[in-house]
Design a protein around this ligand. Structure first.
Ligand SMILES: [Zn+2]
Length: 61
């Protein structure tokens, strides 16, 4: 799992290819923060997002 596989929401291309300004900005951001982001942190973020999504579904019904 790495930032190389991220797909841009604007141009639908790979962020690392830098096809649009959003890609290039994201790529710079990832490059600067890649040292501090660990797989454990990503898993923790995913767990929090899923928990929030579950809460949102519960509130919606
Ligand atoms: Zn893009």
């Amino acid at each position: 799992m790495g930032s190389e596989d991220l797909v841009c929401a604007r141009c639908s291309g790979l962020v690392i290819e830098g096809r649009c300004p959003t890609c290039r900005a994201s790529r710079e951001y990832l490059r600067r923060n890649s040292v501090t982001i660990s797989p454990q942190l990503i898993l923790a973020i995913i767990a929090i997002v899923m928990m929030l999504a579950a809460l949102a579904v519960r509130h919606a019904t």
